[in-house]
Design a protein around this ligand. Structure first.
Ligand SMILES: [Fe+2]
Length: 390
């Protein structure tokens, strides 16, 4: 039996706030906004911004998983502009789902990467998060693997480009990198703030993604929007992003239900919802549902989007009524139950044992910062209800 999993980096928001303290006032009602990535979101975005990409260095390290970067055409778009510019590159395509710290070190130790001076991540959350960590470690060649999860102060990294091929992670617009330490059964954000220099978003890369993957990642985007808003760290900037994000997200509900065919415009809108959600969590962080989700993924191998979707209805039920109603209205749901029914229609949600759910609870009980930013008292009894524990 796998032991209970404890999140080793307790809170994405905490770290981002610590790192950005130079401009955040401690006064009540203080506002903040920090999103240093240069974002371009348009069709053929890689070709259109070739000069900005190639200006980042002399040799690129392209970080991907096994398939999506190739299948979507994103890798070919990138290598074409690099070749046209006469630039060399290496490809590391061994990033697994829920990338491990070991994979990061494997990529960094390869002799081929020695002279790479910038990094391009292509794919879903796993390759993008891995690319961030690799860019960090390549800038600090003397750092050992442990440094990835020890509290760090030095966030400097090689120039970094992120190109998403799914519509949920938001990683291209956050400073977060979530990694796994497999031997210890630990998954969580590493304690560094790693925003890409360039985030290049193109809806066309979704066209070749399986419907199942689009549904899962769109659910992750919805979770980001809900958790960024139902969050004591949210301010008017965050709420503005979430309100627009939910409106844009809701436009794709019929497509997600299989009632409409997608076209280029639909894929672009799904990507836009994901971008707005990513920018939202870059400000406020994620809360209890994400904290609960990591055990579902590691113990029950449930994809991240489904794992966070699993707890959204329960989370909303605990939120103050006005906040809950606002979020539901913006997303076009009548009630938390309605949202949950939608989620179960678009995603294949497996049965989860009470034992695994109990481990989820233990993990989030050990993560006070995730609970402290909830807009209600997230005590054990409340968390049991959110987790669906009897
Ligand atoms: Fe997420």
């Amino acid at each position: 039996m796998q032991k209970s999993i404890v999140i080793y980096r307790v809170c994405r928001f905490t770290q981002a706030r610590e790192d950005s303290r130079f401009f955040i006032s401690q006064e009540e009602n203080a506002m903040k906004f920090y999103m240093p990535a240069r974002l371009y979101e348009e069709s053929d975005v890689v070709a259109k911004h070739a000069k900005e990409i190639t200006a980042l260095g002399k040799k690129a390290l392209i970080v991907t998983g096994a398939h999506s970067a190739k299948k979507t055409g994103a890798q070919a778009d990138l290598t074409e502009i690099l070749s046209d510019a006469g630039m060399d590159y290496e490809i590391f395509d061994q990033v697994e789902e829920n990338p491990s710290t070991r994979t990061i070190m494997q990529a960094c130790r390869s002799a081929d990467v020695a002279d790479c001076d910038f990094v391009v991540g292509i794919g879903g959350g796993s390759p993008l998060d891995a690319a961030k960590a690799i860019a960090l470690m390549l800038a600090h060649p003397n750092w050992k693997e442990e440094k990835l999860y020890q509290n760090g102060q030095d966030n400097s990294h090689l120039p970094l480009v992120c190109i998403p091929t799914t519509c949920g992670t938001g990683s291209e617009l956050t400073g977060v990198s979530v990694l796994t330490r497999r031997e210890q059964g630990l998954k969580g954000s590493i304690p560094y703030v790693l925003f890409p220099d360039l985030a290049l978003v193109d809806g066309k890369y979704l066209a070749k993604a399986p419907k199942r993957l689009i549904a899962n990642t769109a659910t992750d985007a919805l979770a980001h929007l809900i958790e960024a808003y139902a969050n004591t760290g949210a301010d008017d900037y965050t709420r503005m992003l979430v309100d627009r994000g939910l409106e844009v997200w809701a436009e794709s509900k019929n497509f997600l239900l299989g009632l409409e065919e997608a076209d280029d415009a639909r894929y672009s809108r799904l990507m836009l919802a994901s971008s707005l959600a990513g920018m939202s969590i870059a400000q406020a962080g994620t809360t209890v549902p994400h904290g609960l989700s990591y055990n579902l993924t590691l113990e029950a191998q449930i994809p991240h989007g489904i794992a966070v979707g699993y707890f959204q209805a329960g989370y909303l039920r605990e939120c103050p009524a006005q906040m809950r109603d606002h979020l539901l209205e913006k997303a076009g749901f009548a009630s938390p139950g309605d949202l949950d029914a939608f989620f179960r229609q678009i995603c294949q949600v497996p049965q989860v044992s009470q034992e695994v759910l109990a481990h989820c609870l233990t993990a989030v009980m050990n993560t006070p910062a995730k609970r402290e930013i909830c807009p209600f008292d997230a005590n054990e009894q409340v968390l049991r209800r959110i987790a669906g524990l009897k």
